[in-house]
Design a protein around this ligand. Structure first.
Ligand code: ADP
Length: 248
């Protein structure tokens, strides 16, 4: 049975660049439906870790199990995406010349052989899925607006919506509230909390106030491995974490 156990299990991952260990024996477990926040100073290895999970970077050693069966370190990026891991980078990359609805339509999960196009007839089920995603990303009523005319925050939500159209089991979000207004940040917290349970989510974020509003469990990375892990409070009060944040 593949529906039990953690969704992601990183085991002794090492990545080096020209002899420099960016990831150094990293071990981490993410449970199904969990919302995990990843913090850590610049250069801690957060991006490299996400690159390993998504197949962008192949580790020198170690394993990365997705749902117990698949060792991600043996797969390429497209295979990993098809398995159900979606990543949102910091910069939104929506199709600006298309409407919100069309962007979601273009992101629809389809058969690998069929590229989604705007000329293909949506099934009722697909329409329902788009409507549901529109509600989740708080763009209900804005479906006919051009994506290029959305605010920065709305573009970020639309991109999360495009990820959701793929029905990923695991979602990786890289600094989702960077550059957002306070109101947008608040709504993003609501959005992420709404996804919790339905998807497993990893959020890399520097904004501690934001993390405080969504954090369930926090992992602090430093020098390529886990420095501290636990509740937001426990990690924030951890002496090693305090030293790293004040000392650099
Ligand atoms: P973070 O995302 O936590 O800021 P990164 O994963 O980007 O950390 O980087 C971890 C370390 O690895 C840093 O010291 C960075 O300079 C180094 N690094 C990352 N990618 C490369 C690369 N392609 N070539 C050389 N060094 C790299």
């Amino acid at each position: 049975d593949t529906s039990h156990g953690p969704i992601l299990y990183l085991e002794d991952i090492c990545v080096s660049f020209d002899g420099f260990k960016a990831i150094n024996n990293l071990n981490m477990t993410i449970e199904r439906g969990e919302l995990r926040c990843i913090i850590g100073p610049n250069g801690a290895g957060k991006t490299t870790m996400m690159d390993v999970i998504t197949g962008k970077t192949r580790p020198d050693s170690g394993k990365a199990f997705f749902g117990q069966v698949h060792d991600l370190t043996r797969l390429v990026e497209t295979e990993i995406a098809h398995l159900g891991i979606g990543r949102k980078f910091q910069k939104p990359t929506v199709f600006e010349q298309h409407t919100v609805f069309e962007n979601l339509e273009l992101a629809l999960k389809t058969d690998k052989s069929v590229k989604p196009t705007l000329f293909f007839r949506l099934t009722g089920e697909q329409r329902d899925h788009i409507a549901q995603v529109l509600r989740t990303i708080k763009l209900e009523g804005s479906e006919h607006r051009l994506a290029g005319n959305l605010s920065h925050g709305q573009k970020q939500w639309l991109e999360i919506g495009m990820l959701l159209m793929q029905e990923p089991e695991l979602i990786l979000l890289d600094e989702p509230v960077a550059g957002m207004t306070d109101a947008e940040t608040e709504r993003t917290a609501e959005l992420i909390l709404e996804l919790e349970g339905k998807h497993s989510i990893m959020v890399v974020e520097h904004d501690m106030d934001f993390i405080g509003t969504i954090a369930r469990k926090v992992t602090c990375l430093c020098d390529g491995s886990v420095l501290a892990e636990g509740s937001m409070e426990a990690v924030q009060n951890d002496e090693k974490v305090i030293e790293v944040y004040l000392g650099r």
